[in-house]
Design a protein around this ligand. Structure first.
Ligand SMILES: [Zn+2]
Ligand SMILES: [Zn+2]
Length: 419
């Protein structure tokens, strides 16, 4: 297999990888980097390197899941690639389309690249499917346990078997089926996400219990604001809170959702995962201005308090009262107001600021577990955020564990591999 990492190899954001198996050419994911507003992966490098003459030369584009960093530049396919099959799950098609259409409304930091009609057109070309059998290759999608509809991608030819994990988790979550490894055969090459390489997280159960204890304390007298990513994290946190209320581990107070989290949650309901019900309501119009400080929970995008997003507007109010808490449940990029509030603390506020780790990515233990189970011949780590020195040390550690049985690769963006 030939591999060319267009973007998202040694960074998290804007994932897109070109692979060639025999004469067959595929793109794995077409993302956007949320930290590079208005910029999409350098697809023109595929022409420059003579890997493609047009996007129409591709045999397929496979989209692992609906997060912006994996699907955000899909409308680029309309440039000469209109007839190429786009392979993805039903849920990814439904969630991805709304996410792309609504992302510009979410925050002042978002720069629109694709027009509304381009987004609508590219999604209308998707015929969702989880298997595709062609004359000389086969593609299969399997649940990857990351968010609703997230899939790993298996491509099999006569010569090779390749597995791309996309974003994955081996933890059982409430809103996503656990990664399904039951029918997967050992691949020759594993393209593996490495978000949490070098990190081992607390047990998921302990983290959830700690979070519920904390929520109980806050809603005794105040407002709990949870800035959360619109897709995935919002729904997982809401279900966790709701379940705790149902089993009387948490005092029953109203749960409101707002921002892009609302549209995404409505789609979850349509896709058969109940988010909105008697426990969870959509916040009334202008609630961030009109609400009082009576006990309640607000789960709202953006997860990083991007400027002028709904969570940013709520935070400006919630932070003024000492009974309230702003509680983060996801990754904070260094440039965002969320990061500054959490780590720099040079603001004038009275509420408490807290953080819990609900990563929907496998930690290092899970990544090793996956390798142990799949026994691939070669592993390529992508979607990773390590310093060169950390990678060298990790490589040494991996060689110690796996000896010469498995070869490991850490390509940088723009690098090619002949595997
Ligand atoms: Zn993701
Ligand atoms: Zn990702």
């Amino acid at each position: 297999m030939y591999f060319y990492g267009i973007s998202g190899s040694n960074k998290i954001g804007g994932s897109s990888y070109f692979i060639k198996l025999g004469d067959r050419k595929f793109l794995l994911d077409m993302g956007l980097d949320p930290n590079l507003p208005g910029v999409y992966p350098k697809y023109e490098n595929l022409y420059r390197k003579k890997l493609l003459t047009t996007m129409g030369d591709l045999d397929g584009v496979i989209v692992s899941h609906a997060h912006l960093d994996h699907i955000g530049s899909l409308p680029y396919m309309l440039k000469e690639g209109g007839k190429v099959p786009i392979i993805t799950s039903e849920a990814t098609k439904v969630l991805g389309k709304t996410l792309l259409l609504s992302a510009p409304k979410e925050s002042d930091d978002y720069i629109e690249i694709f027009k509304k009609d381009e987004i609508e057109k590219v999604f209308s070309l998707i015929n969702p499917r989880e298997t595709m059998v062609a004359k000389d290759y086969e593609i299969n999608l399997y649940d990857s346990g990351h968010i609703l509809g997230s899939k790993m991608v298996e491509i099999v030819t006569q010569e090779e078997r390749v597995l791309y994990t996309g974003d994955f988790s081996l933890k059982n979550m409430i809103t996503a089926k656990k990664m399904n490894l039951s029918s997967i055969k050992s691949p020759d090459i594993l393209l593996c996400e490495g978000t949490n390489l070098n990190k081992n997280t607390n047990s998921y159960i302990n983290e959830r219990l700690g979070f519920i204890r904390h929520a109980n304390k806050v809603v005794a007298n105040g407002v709990l604001l949870i800035p959360a990513f619109a897709l995935g994290r919002t729904q997982e946190v809401v279900c966790l809170l709701k379940n705790a209320m149902k089993s009387q581990l948490l005092k029953r107070v109203p749960i409101y959702i707002d921002g892009l989290s609302v549209e995404m949650s409505e789609l979850y309901n349509e896709l058969g995962v109940d988010i909105l019900d008697d426990y969870v309501k959509i916040a009334p119009n202008r609630f961030s201005e009109t609400m009082d400080d009576s006990p309640k929970i607000i789960v709202c995008s953006s997860g990083m308090l991007l400027k002028n997003s709904k969570s940013y507007l709520y935070a400006s109010k919630v932070l003024k009262n000492e009974n309230n808490s702003v509680t983060f449940v996801g990754y904070q990029d260094k440039r965002t107001p969320g990061f500054k509030l959490l780590y720099e603390k040079n603001f004038n506020f009275k509420a408490t600021i807290n953080r819990f780790n609900f990563s929907a990515h496998g930690d290092e233990r899970e990544i090793f577990q996956l390798i142990d189970r799949l026994k691939p011949k070669k592993v390529v780590f992508l979607h990773r955020n390590l310093k060169d020195q950390e990678e060298k040390e990790l490589e040494k550690r991996l060689t110690k564990i796996y000896g010469k049985n498995i070869k490991f690769y850490f390509p940088k963006d723009g690098e090619e591999l002949n595997l």
